[in-house]
Design a protein around this ligand. Structure first.
Ligand code: UD1
Length: 370
């Protein structure tokens, strides 16, 4: 029996940048119901730009525990999170551990909880790229298969879980918590007027993020991507907040001076400022999961530099299209995206700012959400 009706204490585990936007609305929904909520930060992301700035923008309280694991290989980082989380989980004795998304912190905490008999809830369950060369795909599959409550953002995610034999009573179609955060933050983000701060005209510029190992760890690929951005910048400003992983690879290649003309390499940008830039962008080029969803909800054209996506609704119903990591493929997709911009943003079921309320209802009332 996996339905909980009497949750009094929830423990959430987060660690990396995209987790924080997913935690914020869930934290608010649990607090509104008077549920005790303990937050554990694994320390997978630790730079102030990658962590503290997001806690501030999302009005998240300081975590109750910080495991301070830092960076390491996948095996070491995952193992270190497990070793450090086990005693915290044992002493806090939550009714359920919630994990978010698909990062190493997600799978590590899910394994600890499941093996010590604590129920696991997975927020953003069921997404599949079917590409096992992505570390995130392994994390998603393992987490979903040890979870007791699976909170799916979209019907394709529900179908994936069903196809893998996960009992349907564990699966709740709640919608997308990233969109909850976006809906809540949009007025404050727009008030920032980040385009003006960056000296660009609304609807005249592209925002770029690239950090996946497949795109940035191979020197030839990274060089070609930077060349492509330089070509794009001949048509208008290209703002590229650079993830620390990407920054290190650019430095290794001696390409720190790739910035030229209207191609700007920036430090990582906090949540509200990034949202403010994305809302008014002409185009987004990315390999991030969250941006594929945010651009779809906002109706901003998006080119995702990947051969596949675990978020297919952003392509079938939204504004997203995939492009291979080479110059012509990206430039064709950019042209196509710009010329097919539609005046209204697509509507996707349960991407409505209320996903976290549905999660809280499932936890506290045993509501079945299909
Ligand atoms: C991780 C997630 C990825 C997510 C991304 C968002 C995994 C397997 N990957 O990738 O799914 O899309 O976060 O950002 O969990 N670094 C810093 N400062 C930090 C954090 C990282 O300098 O605060 C550098 C370190 O050199 C580190 C590298 O970035 O080795 C990679 O960090 P890591 O957390 O291992 O993976 P991400 O690429 O950030």
């Amino acid at each position: 029996m996996t339905i909980l009706t009497d949750v009094k204490k929830v423990l959430s585990v987060v660690g990396a940048r995209p987790n924080f936007m997913k935690l914020a609305p869930v934290a608010r929904a649990l607090t509104a119901r008077g549920v005790e909520h303990v937050v554990v930060h694994t320390g997978q992301h630790y730079d102030p730009d990658m962590s503290d700035a997001f806690f501030r923008d999302l009005c998240l309280p300081v975590p109750d525990h910080n495991l301070d694991v830092g960076s390491a290989s996948h095996a070491r980082q995952t193992a270190e999170i497990m070793a450090r989380f086990e005693p915290v989980c044992a002493s806090e004795q939550p009714d359920i551990v919630l994990v978010y998304g698909d990062v190493n912190s997600t799978v590590a905490a899910a394994l600890v909880a499941a093996k010590t008999g604590v129920r696991v809830g997975h927020v953003e369950a069921g997404l599949r790229s079917r590409d096992r060369s992505m570390p995130e795909e392994i994390n998603r599959i393992v987490t979903d298969h040890v979870a007791d409550m699976l909170f799916a953002p979209s019907p394709d995610a529900v179908a994936n879980l069903e196809a893998e034999g996960i009992p349907s009573e564990r699966v709740h179609f709640v919608g997308n918590v990233m969109i909850d955060s976006l809906v809540a933050a949009l007025p404050a983000a727009q008030a920032l007027n980040a385009p003006a701060r960056h000296g660009v005209e609304k609807r005249s510029y592209a925002v770029v993020t690239l950090h996946r190992p497949a795109n940035v760890d191979n020197p030839d690929t990274l060089r070609e991507l930077l060349d492509t951005l330089a070509v794009m910048s001949k048509d208008g400003p290209v703002l590229f907040p650079v993830h620390p992983r990407t920054r290190a690879r650019i430095h290794d290649l001696g390409l720190d001076s790739a910035e030229s003309g209207m191609l700007k390499l920036l430090e990582p940008i906090p949540y509200l400022e990034m949202l403010s830039l994305v809302v008014e962008a002409d185009l987004v080029v990315t390999d991030s999961g969250g941006l594929q969803e945010e651009t779809t909800w906002l109706g901003v054209p998006c080119v995702t530099v990947r051969p596949n996506t675990e978020r297919p609704v952003t392509c079938t119903l939204g504004t997203n299209r995939l492009a291979p990591a080479h110059r012509d493929g990206i430039l064709n997709a950019v042209r196509d995206a710009r010329s097919n911009r539609t005046p209204t943003a697509p509507a996707i079921k349960h991407w409505d700012g209320k996903a976290a309320h549905r999660i809280a209802a499932a936890l506290c009332e045993g509501a079945r959400l299909v």
